[in-house]
Ligand binder design. Structure first.
Ligand SMILES: *Cc1c(COP(=O)(O)O)cnc(C)c1O
Length: 380
């Protein structure tokens, strides 16, 4: 018997209280009880995103909200800028191109990030750009982008700053209004400790004005129409009521722990994960600022990253993630976001020692765990 551990960067484990709430009898969506729940959840999300703008809740995976942002801000033929240093940055440009929007990519190699000076140069070179699309935590490479700096640069232009926080909301601060971000996009299944299936788009006034004028085709994703419904605590169509019941409880757990402590916990887990990997002589994939959501580790010489992922599953009943796209086989990713604590990380690192030893990598058993424990003990 081996207990199951989910240490992938989404979906993430769900606290029992949240799971239980999703199993309650169905709340009909045209009742006062549902309206109270929906109002509470939208207010809780706005608190987390730190915005006075409105948060629209959609029934979709995170990518649905990325698409909703694109089609509500852009018209075919528009030019946009996209910061790309991994698969999720690339997703922004794939979606924009699918709707006939012209993309000017600002690329950095995987593992790196784009310096704000390059974003500044792109904004100057393309003054008509409708939006700058960025990804706060680039989950595919484990890198954190400097969203605060990017957003500050867009403040001097007519270009909207749109941020994918799917793997960073509830993990690392992204104060939308204070940083001058126009649109924040997120999803339920990562830092928010809920099942997959809900996605969120928060827009400020500048973004709402753009949404009234954008001409990309849309029906289900028509945010100005949805806004009128959600202002009355209803959805135009049937909302994912069971997931919303779970999210209501999850937001309560985040509030009870306290947002500063939630951020501190993620930072501590991420530092311990990095220290553990390095104690085994492994290299981190991120050369730029590492994300507190996930640690991408370079597969040691002669070892296939996919074999590490398989061994975690087969021998330890732990799900981690491999590399995406061209990174497949070259790295593996240990996630520490959402409902994850110190003991979960110790389990993940202890298994890493055993997995590597089994794959013939010379490791000192206990070295990764000791490195993590030193960080946890020091900060009690
Ligand atoms: C997980 C993720 C998404 C969305 O993926 P879905 O599978 O559509 O939920 C988008 N951006 C980032 C940064 C992610 O980590």
């Amino acid at each position: 018997m081996k207990k199951y551990h989910l240490l992938a960067p989404g979906p993430t484990p769900i606290p029992p209280e949240v799971l239980q709430a999703t199993g309650r009898p169905i709340l009909h969506h045209r009742t006062p009880e549902f309206e109270a729940l929906f109002g509470r959840v939208r207010a809780g999300l706005a608190e987390l995103i730190e915005t006075r703008g409105e948060v629209i809740v959609l029934a979709a995976s995170g990518t649905g909200a990325l698409e909703a942002a694109v089609v509500n801000l852009c018209s075919p033929g528009d030019e946009v800028l996209v910061v790309r240093c991994g698969k999720f940055g690339e997703r922004w440009s794939d979606i924009a191109r699918a709707f006939g929007v012209t993309v000017h990519a600002i690329d950095a190699p995987y593992g790196d990030t784009v310096a704000p000076e390059r974003v500044e140069a792109a904004l100057t070179a393309h003054p008509g750009a409708r939006a700058l699309f960025v990804t706060q935590s680039e989950t595919s490479t484990g890198v954190l982008e400097d969203v605060e700096a990017y957003a500050a640069l867009t403040r001097r232009t007519d270009t909207l700053c749109v941020v994918d926080t799917v793997s960073s909301l509830g993990v690392v601060p992204c104060p939308m209004d204070a940083w001058g971000i126009d649109v924040v996009v997120a999803g339920s299944q990562k830092g928010l400790m809920c099942p997959p299936g809900l996605a969120f788009v928060a827009l400020n006034d500048r973004a709402w004005r753009a949404a009234e004028q954008a001409r990309c085709p849309r029906f289900y994703w028509d945010l100005p129409t949805e806004r009128r419904w959600q202002a009355r605590h209803q959805g135009q169509f049937t909302p994912a009521v069971s997931l919303l019941a779970g999210l209501d409880v999850a937001l309560g757990l985040i509030r009870a722990e306290g947002l500063p402590d939630v951020y501190r916990r993620h930072d501590r887990l991420a530092r311990a994960a990095r220290a553990g990997a390095e104690a085994l002589g492994l290299a981190l994939f991120a050369r730029a600022t590492p994300s507190p959501a996930v640690t991408a580790i370079v597969a040691p010489p002669g070892v296939d990253g996919e074999a590490v992922v398989r061994a975690y599953g087969l021998e330890h009943n732990i799900t981690i993630a491999g590399g995406q796209g061209e990174m497949k086989g070259k790295l593996f990713r240990l996630a520490h976001l959402g409902w994850v604590d110190e003991s979960d990380l110790v389990v993940g690192l202890a298994a890493l020692e055993r997995v590597l030893a089994r794959l013939g990598v010379p490791v000192e058993l206990g070295a990764a765990v000791a490195a993590a424990q030193r960080i946890f003990a020091k900060e009690g």
